[in-house]
Write a new protein. Structure first.
Length: 217
């Protein structure tokens, strides 16, 4: 029995395999293609090269999912992936395919095995290509009408930082993509000694404070 796990992020995609649902091995990583077809072909190629039998598939992807959890409903960074079914693209394996928002899956992992272990309510946020997160209750993703988007909360209310061109959101203030676009370089290229990091930390702290207030973890 081989279970396939994947994580499709705005920048990187990872595919891993497990024989016992306890340990993960043979993790492969590649840059996430902007085209849906190319991305799914790469995932399928890795699966076919790694195993001859697939018992089940589960994965996460950034962004808001379709109501039936088959693929992305709409997406800022992976625009060509929106409206296309990841579940259907993997139907050749004739097994169940579970798809969830990537931050929600990471939140469950943190709540069950990590810093939130034994806590009833966990608020999880991640800062990467964008800013995502989820509310986890009793080890499961909490109910919602359309997923969780803590990165879309408004922080720059008077637009003194982002101006009038960008949505004044937490994501557009601190995400890797947003910082790169604002300063015309990769975020990791900015020296840690730069005072900009204190400014970004303050924006993130305000977003976390808001999240604590409305999710009450």
């Amino acid at each position: 029995m081989t279970y396939v796990m994947f994580d499709i992020g705005g920048t990187k995609t990872r595919v891993g395999f497990s024989e016992d649902l306890k340990t993960l091995d043979k993790v492969k990583k590649f840059n996430t293609p902007v085209k849906f077809k190319e991305g799914m072909e790469k995932i399928i190629k890795l699966v076919d090269e790694s195993t001859k039998e697939v018992t089940g598939i589960a994965g996460g992807i950034r962004g808001r999912l379709e109501e039936d959890r088959s693929g992305l409903a709409r997406e800022k960074y992976l625009k060509d992936w929106a409206g296309k079914s990841i579940v259907d693209a993997l139907k050749k394996y004739k097994c169940e395919v579970f798809l969830e928002n990537d931050a929600a899956i990471a939140g469950v992992g943190e709540a069950v095995f990590g810093a939130g272990k034994d806590m009833e309510i966990v608020a999880y946020l991640t800062v990467s290509t964008g800013v995502g997160g989820a509310k986890i209750e009793n080890g499961e993703v909490d109910l919602s009408a359309a997923g969780f988007e803590p990165g879309k909360q408004i922080l720059d209310i008077d637009r003194t930082v982002l101006g009038d061109e960008l949505e004044p959101t937490l994501e557009n203030l601190v995400s890797g993509t947003a910082v790169g676009e604002r300063f015309n370089c990769k975020a990791y290229e900015i020296p840690q000694s730069d005072l900009l990091w204190n400014e970004l930390a303050d924006y993130l702290a305000q977003g976390l404070r808001n999240t604590i207030l409305y999710w009450s973890p």
